[in-house]
Write a protein that binds this ligand. Structure first.
Ligand code: EPU
Length: 419
C-alpha cells in the first residue's frame, strides 16, 4: 500500500498552480447528463474521484473522451442505462449527484443508496424529499434508490439543512422541470455557483445561485458547452496552510481569492501576511509567530469544514490555545488522535477540540482516515521534527493531485513509497 514519507522541518517556499475544484467538477460531470450532444469540461483535476465519475458515466453508456490536457468530452447520445451501481457509489458518495439529472432528463434513475462514511452518517433524505416534492415517485428497495417521473414539476422546496450536493441535485433536476422551482435555504458554496453558471450557459434559467434562495425557470432541453472548472479553494487553503505551518512563503497561482474570505481572515488572525491579486494568493509566515485561532465550521461563507483539519494541525504548532468546533459532520475529528501520536496537546470533547500549541511535534507513523484528515497529517509531518509516515494515502489521492510532487517543488522533503 502506498505511503508518504516526510522529513519535517523545511520551510516551504515558491509558487504552486492550483487545480480545478474536486467538488465543482463532480457535479459538472453529472450535469453533462443533461446536455443534448457533446459537452467538454476543462481544468479537470487528475483525481481518483474524477476517474470514478468517468467510470460511472461510462457504465451508463455515456461516451467519455479524455484528451492529453485532461479535458473531458462527454456525449450522452449513447446512454443505455440509468443505474449507478453499488460498486461505484460505495467508493464515492458523490455518485448520488447523477440522481437529479438522470431522473429529470430520462424519467427514471436508480442509484445505490450511499451508506455512512468515516466523517458521519451523511443521509440523503433532503435530496429525496426535494425530488418527491417535484413529483417523483421514489422507493428505496434492496439498497437502491429508484426514482421515476414523467416530467418533474417546479415547486417551492425548503431544505431543512444546508446541503451542498443536495442543492446541486435539486438544481440539476429543476432546470428541466415544468414551471418554476424555488430552492430555499440553499447552499451558497462557490461550487454551487459554478454549477449554476455552467447550467445557465447550457441554456438553463437560474437566478440567485450563491444566495439562500435559488429560482429556476424550467426549460425543455439543454445543449452542451465548453466549461472551465473553478479553482479548488480547499487545495489552495491547504497549500497556504503548508506555508504557515512551516514558517515559509507560498504563492498559489490560478486561485480564486473571493472563494476563501473566511479562511484568509483566519490565516491573518494566525499571524500570517496574506496578499491577494485577481487570481493569486500569497502567504508569508517567515520570521513571524504562528498564533492559535478559534474556528467554528459553518456553511459558506462561514469557515469550511473541509479546512478544519488543516487548521487543527496549525494550532498544534501555534502559540496559545485554539478552540476548534465542528458543526457540519458528527465524526470529523479522527485526525486528532493521530496528531496526538505526534505529540500534539489536544483535548477532545464531543465535536470541540481544545488545542494547546506546542513548540515542537515529532514525526511518527500515522494513518489517514479521510481526505482532509490526511491533509492535516501531511501538514503536521512537514513541520514536525524527524520522520513521519502517512499511511492510507488513497484518501489523499481522492482530492489532491500529485500532492508530494507539488510539495517537493516547494522544497518539502516528501516522497511516495509503495510497500
Ligand atoms: N445532510 C442531511 N440530509 C441530506 C443531506 C445532508 O442531513 O439529505 C447533512 C449531512 O449529514 C451533514 C450536513 O447536512 O451533516 C451537510 O452535508 P452536505 O450535504 O452539505 O455534504 P455533501 O454535499 O455530502 C459536500 C462536499 C464535502 C463537504 C461538504 C460540506 C462534495 C462532493 N462534497 O458534501 O466535501 O465537506 O459538502 O461542505 O461536494 C471533501 O471534499 O473532503 C468533502 C467531504
Amino acid at each position: 500500500m502506498e505511503k508518504l514519507i516526510i522529513e519535517g522541518g523545511t520551510p516551504l517556499n515558491g509558487e504552486v498552480v492550483i487545480s480545478g475544484a474536486k467538488n465543482a467538477v463532480l457535479p459538472l460531470l453529472a450535469a453533462t447528463l443533461l446536455a443534448d450532444g457533446k459537452m467538454t469540461i476543462k481544468n479537470v483535476p487528475r483525481l481518483r474521484d474524477v476517474n470514478t465519475t468517468i467510470r460511472l458515466l461510462q457504465g451508463m453508456g455515456v461516451s467519455v473522451k479524455v484528451n492529453d490536457d485532461y479535458h473531458i468530452t462527454t456525449d450522452t447520445s449513447t446512454i443505455s442505462s440509468y443505474v449507478a451501481p453499488y460498486e461505484l457509489v460505495k467508493t464515492m458518495r458523490a455518485s448520488i449527484l447523477v440522481l437529479g439529472p438522470t431522473l429529470a432528463r430520462y424519467g427514471e434513475a436508480e442509484v445505490s443508496l450511499p451508506g455512512g462514511c468515516a466523517i458521519g452518517s451523511r443521509p440523503v433524505n433532503i435530496h429525496l424529499s426535494g425530488l418527491e416534492a417535484m413529483g417523483a415517485e421514489i422507493t428505496v428497495h434492496e439498497g437502491f434508490i429508484r426514482a421515476r417521473a414523467e416530467r418533474l414539476k417546479g415547486t417551492r422546496i425548503v431544505m431543512d439543512k444546508v446541503t451542498v450536493t443536495g442543492t446541486e441535485n435539486l438544481l440539476m433536476a429543476a432546470v428541466l422541470a415544468e414551471g418554476t422551482s424555488i430552492l430555499e435555504h440553499a447552499a451558497c458554496e462557490p461550487e454551487v455557483v459554478d454549477l449554476a453558471n455552467c447550467l445557465n450557459q447550457m441554456g438553463a434559467n437560474i437566478i440567485g445561485a450563491g444566495t439562500p434562495t435559488i429560482v429556476v425557470q424550467g426549460v425543455e432541453r439543454l445543449h452542451g458547452v465548453n466549461y472551465t472548472v473553478l479553482p479548488d479553494r480547499i487545495e489552495t487553503g491547504t497549500f497556504l496552510a503548508a506555508a504557515a505551518i512551516t514558517r515559509g512563503r507560498v504563492k498559489t497561482l490560478g486561485a480564486a481569492p473571493g472563494t476563501l474570505d473566511s479562511v484568509l481572515q483566519k490565516f491573518r488572525e494566525a499571524g500570517a501576511a496574506v496578499e491577494t491579486g485577481e487570481d493569486w494568493i500569497e502567504l508569508d509566515m517567515r520570521s513571524r509567530t504562528l498564533k492559535s485561532v478559534d474556528i467554528t465550521t459553518d456553511p459558506h461563507p462561514g469557515f469550511p469544514t473541509d479546512m478544519q483539519a488543516q487548521f487543527m494541525a496549525m494550532n498544534a504548532f501555534a502559540q496559545g490555545i485554539g478552540v476548534v468546533v465542528e458543526t457540519i459532520f458528527e465524526n470529523r475529528m479522527m485526525h486528532v488522535a493521530e496528531l496526538m501520536r505526534m505529540g500534539a496537546n489536544i483535548r477532545l470533547e464531543g465535536n470541540t477540540a481544545i488545542v494547546a500549541g506546542m513548540p515542537d511535534l515529532y514525526g511518527a507513523p500515522v494513518m489517514a482516515t479521510d481526505l482532509r484528515a490526511s491533509a492535516s497529517l501531511i501538514l503536521a509531518g512537514l513541520a514536525a521534527k524527524g520522520k513521519t509516515t502517512v499511511d492510507r494515502i488513497y484518501h489523499t489521492d481522492r482530492g489532491y493531485e500529485k500532492i508530494e510532487v507539488r510539495l517537493q517543488q516547494l522544497g518539502a522533503k516528501i516522497e511516495r513509497v509503495n510497500n
